[in-house]
Write a protein of this length. Sequence first.
Length: 200
Amino acid sequence: MTKLKLTWAAGLSALALTACSGSEEPPAQTTETEVVQDDAMASDTMVATEATGDKTIVALAQGNPQASTLVTAVTAAGLGETLSGAGPFTVFAPSNDAFAKVDKATLDGLLKPESKDKLASLLKYHVVAGDVKSGDLVKLIKDGNGTATVKTLNGGNLTARMDADKIVLTDAKGGKSTVTAPDMVASNGTIHVVDTVVMP
């Protein structure tokens, strides 16, 4: 059911996963995964929920108490309809505990109507176009000699690495977020629950 094509070449279109080698040296090779689709955002924090392929990302989030803050944010940002669309989308979905790590004043400010665009941009930083399973991402990390750069829907990048058997994302500010529950399957994509909100 994975709707992406692995392409071992340069020069693919904008929405892609790029595996890079090394942290300070120029990449020795480039692995790009062209993803079919664009547009989207946010999802559900299913800490121990079965995969439910007949529900959209938004429906899964609405049915999970650990995703209530995310649902509130998606609604405030006006992204609910988008994420209920055909997709496919891949969402690195912060749990309620992840949102609890964000300064309360900052989070409250983001949820105000005047901050709608800023909130939407933050949420889109958690989304990749296409259906990317954890196995796809692990392969890209291995092929990239330990790192893979993930291009998100807000145009920013996340760097993925392995920490033992866990996928860890590093955001633009150097913050780290661990995938705690991978591969929650929705009808329009895949959700990977993360323990920290990533910041563009």
